[in-house]
Ligand binder design. Structure first.
Ligand SMILES: Cc1ncc(COP(=O)(O)O)c(C=O)c1O
Length: 385
């Protein structure tokens, strides 16, 4: 059994990374951007090192091993059998989403999202003149659920073409159950909608709750596009590697065309190498990092309970993102973000970054050494007591 040291500070300040170097304060505690302050698994670092040592970095085909790694990983870890030809390697999911918006829906069409939701979804709408139709989630007992009546109603609108779904949900923290996925699938079928299910956070299951892939819902296969990536779970965002999975052959042709036209299928050799190492050899590290994040979440809950009891913590199922309710205080999300950043040098994400339905919340990234999280929380006490 290998051990991994997640307590060690990552030493990222000055490395040019967005999370630490976007705004400079010597004593900054960044708890915002969704990447981890942990070095990648040793098996990934070693694989990259071996590839780097070769010294020649020209154009390459994606090797068969890559596809086998993806197929084996999803079959063994998540019980989802993916056909080899269904997998389209891409450089990133947000550019893929934009490419698909340009090709599969037309300007003026409507696409539904469950808000509050990942900001990269939100910006894709105005970029492509697509109208966002919000299906705001219902927040009860610190947990989100889907407003089914509202979803059914929005799905029936004449210009609605697609549902853009997020599983696990960022920032809501939900891992949708099989029953919920099945209801979503049925609504898409009933109203003839395409379904994009973004499952980038699927490896981040810190509370031991299993994720169910939308791809295991047979009833939706002919209209389903799934986004997967080792980017979040294995912390490889800077390597630009992900996959778009399309089970249906006819739809896949359209998707492939869109992604080729969008120039997102020329993946980097280092991304390919890292993905293979992650899926082939990274399981132990992933389990360890999930345990550490789970313990960080429990730490955050008890720290807040003890020192800032008027804050509310959303139940976490998936992702490493705590969604904290500060609506008992008379500050907007933007005010909280700005005050924490400029007075206390701790950076969180304002809830409104994830649509206006995120007002009254802040998002805190748990994927960092515990001491960093503790220091960030400590600095929040003056404004939340
Ligand atoms: C739901 C979701 N999709 C996609 C991304 C980004 O994907 P990529 O880096 O492959 O564009 C993120 C990053 O936070 C995310 O939360």
């Amino acid at each position: 059994m290998q051990t991994f040291d997640f307590d060690r500070p990552a030493g990222r300040q000055g490395s040019g990374c967005v999370k630490w170097d976007d705004i400079h304060y010597d004593d900054l505690i960044p708890l915002w951007v969704a990447d981890m302050d942990f070095a990648a698994a040793p098996c990934i670092q070693q694989a990259l090192y071996r590839r780097w040592q070769h010294g020649v970095y020209g154009y390459e085909h994606v090797p068969e091993r890559f596809y086998r790694s993806v197929m084996r990983w999803f079959e063994e870890e998540h019980g989802w059998s993916i056909a080899r030809e269904a997998i389209i390697p891409v450089t990133g999911l947000v550019p893929s989403l934009n490419a698909l918006f340009r090709e599969l829906v037309s300007p003026g069409d409507q696409v539904i999202v469950q808000t509050p939701v990942y900001n990269g979804f939100l910006s894709s709408f105005p970029n492509n003149d697509i109208e966002l139709v919000a299906n705001p989630m219902v927040y009860t007992d610190s947990r989100y659920t889907i407003d089914w009546d509202d979803l059914e109603q929005k799905a029936a609108l004449p210009k609605t073409r697609m549902l853009l779904f997020c599983n696990p949900h960022n920032p809501g923290g939900r891992i949708w159950t099989r029953e919920e996925l099945s209801r979503v699938a049925a609504i898409c079928r009933r109203h003839d909608l395409l379904l994009i299910s973004d499952e980038i956070h699927c490896e981040v299951t810190p509370m031991g709750i299993a994720y169910t892939p939308m791809g295991t819902m047979d009833e939706i296969k002919d209209r389903l596009i799934v986004f997967t990536s080792p980017g979040k779970g294995f912390n490889l965002a800077g390597l630009g590697i992900a996959n778009v999975v399309v089970p249906d052959g006819a739809l896949r042709q359209r998707v492939h065309h869109a992604l080729d036209r969008g120039m997102v299928t020329e993946v980097s050799i280092f991304g390919v190498t890292a993905l293979q190492a992650a899926y082939d050899e990274g399981k132990e590290w992933l389990q360890a990092v999930n345990e550490y994040i789970g313990a960080n979440y429990r730490f955050l809950c008890s720290y807040i309970h003890e020192h800032m009891p008027r804050l509310g913590v959303t139940q976490l199922e998936g992702t490493y993102l705590a969604w904290v309710n500060h609506s008992a205080f008379p500050y907007t999300s933007a005010e909280v973000e700005q005050t924490l950043l400029h007075q206390y040098h701790v950076r969180v994400s304002a809830g409104t970054f994830y649509s206006s339905d995120g007002e009254g919340f802040m998002r805190i990234n748990l994927a960092c050494p515990r001491a960093q999280l503790e220091e960030g929380l400590k600095r929040m006490i003056p404004i939340f007591t």
